[in-house]
Design a protein around this ligand. Structure first.
Ligand code: NZQ
Ligand code: ZN
Length: 387
């Protein structure tokens, strides 16, 4: 296990009705807040009214940014920056899933930056100062509620790019599982796949001697496998929503990556190219790509960890590592299918038309993946196998 420094600075307010406490969490930073949300689910569920009431009762002045889309666009970010500057906003509150939270992180770093915020995503700008942010999570998936990552799409350049910094971690996040009762089955399943994928990206590494991290990772995977199918049948099952919600935060708050050199992240980089062009739901893209990636990278060197996954998570009883790995990959594919996620790019009406462009985009800054380095040809081969 390597040396590491770990800090997960986000305060988590977990459980029913914790939104009543957000006024107290925000006021230390000031009383002028940008309230950001998505396309309307928060209004339909009544959550918006409750939050506005809590903030009004705390004497907080609100400016609103509505309509942040899934795969959030840089235009929403620019509009948010404009509003923050115009109204001298001191704190940003995002109410939504990963898209809303990623968007407020982008706004938070863009306000003090004189150039265009997209510069951060193409590695042209370094972060200097950021506005503090908080989140009310409405969909369990990305872990954005407890990490410093942000992913933004730019339709003009057909790019979807990620950046991140510890100072972008929310000051607090409200995790009330009942708020996720209204998430439909497609988004619920995509969220479960995303949580599992975050674990995969940090589990499949060359590091040795990380038993405790691996055991936590395997536990989170088992949580998803156990509760995911329950949610598709019983969306208001509190225990299942609660476990998946906490799993989403734990899967990408840095915990399971501690003591390791670096996660792999190739599959995420490839998926981001697909959703940049086709506006696909992130978790659905991962459901298609992850089993293909596992198959593609399987060799004598990668087999032991894939076999460990197969045995410890799926209970595969097979002594040969390569064969055990194959069985685990099949189980993964079957699970995603059982969650009604697409199994191929064709299932989501994507053809071979943009494969070269997507491979080029994924490798814009060099080869991807740490468990196995993949160049443009490899990425194109994975996308072709995913058709
Ligand atoms: O926009 P509204 O009307 O709110 O509807 C949303 C949206 O259509 C709906 N929804 C959210 N909460 C709901 C709800 N519907 C009913 N009831 C609720 N309680 O769900 C739809 C999808 O929302 P979105 O925020 O896009 O989903 P998710 O949380 O999966 O976020 C996906 C985005 O996060 C990025 C992805 O690439 C994608 O852009 N990621 C961010 C990461 C990070 N910051 O660490 C890591 C991830 O790997 C990922 O890349
Ligand atoms: Zn993800």
């Amino acid at each position: 296990m390597r040396n590491f420094t770990y800090e997960a600075s986000t305060k988590i307010l977990f459980g029913k009705n914790r939104i009543v406490e957000i006024g107290n969490e925000i006021l230390p930073y000031g009383n002028s807040v940008l309230l950001a949300y998505g396309g309307g689910s928060v209004k339909k569920s009544g959550l918006y009214d409750k939050i506005v009431e809590v903030l009004n009762n705390s004497g907080i002045r609100l400016v609103e940014l509505a309509g942040i889309q899934p795969n959030p666009r840089v235009e929403s970010v620019r509009e948010g920056i404009r509003l923050c500057r115009e109204h001298d906003v001191k704190f940003i509150l995002g109410v939504g899933g990963g898209s809303v939270i990623d968007c407020i992180k982008a706004i938070a770093m863009g306000v003090a930056y004189e150039g265009d915020v997209w510069d951060f995503y193409i590695r042209k700008a370094k972060m200097e100062s950021v506005l503090p942010i908080g989140a009310v999570l409405t969909l369990a998936a990305t872990g954005s509620e407890m990490n410093g990552g942000t992913v933004i799409s730019n339709d003009a350049t057909k790019e979807k790019r990620a950046t991140g910094h510890d100072s972008l971690r929310p000051k607090f996040s409200v995790l009330d599982p009942t708020i996720t009762f209204t998430v439909n089955n497609w988004q619920t399943a995509a969220g479960v796949v995303d949580v599992m994928s975050h674990i995969f990206e940090q589990y499949f590494t060359q590091d040795k001697g990380t038993f405790v991290q691996d055991a936590m990772a395997e536990g989170i995977l088992k949580t998803c496998i156990h509760y995911g199918p329950i949610l598709l049948k019983d969306p208001e099952n509190y225990e299942a929503r609660a476990n998946i919600m906490w799993a989403s935060s734990l899967a990408l708050n840095g915990l399971t990556a501690t003591g390791k050199l670096s996660g792999d992240w190739a599959t995420h980089m490839i998926e981001h190219e697909v959703s940049a062009i086709y506006d696909l739901t992130h978790g659905a893209g991962l459901a298609i790509l992850f089993p293909v990636w596992m198959d593609y990278i399987l060799d004598e060197k990668t087999a032991p960890k894939l076999a460990q996954y197969s045995r410890n998570v799926w209970g595969v009883k097979e002594d040969d590592d390569v064969e055990a790995a194959r069985q685990g990959i099949t189980k993964t594919r079957e699970f995603f299918n059982a969650m009604n996620m697409p199994a191929s790019l064709e299932d989501v009406k994507i053809t071979n038309e943009n494969i070269e462009a997507m491979a080029e985009g994924a490798c814009k800054f060099g080869p991807v993946g740490m468990y196995k380095r993949l160049g443009k040809e490899d990425v194109a081969a994975i996308l072709t196998k995913a058709l």
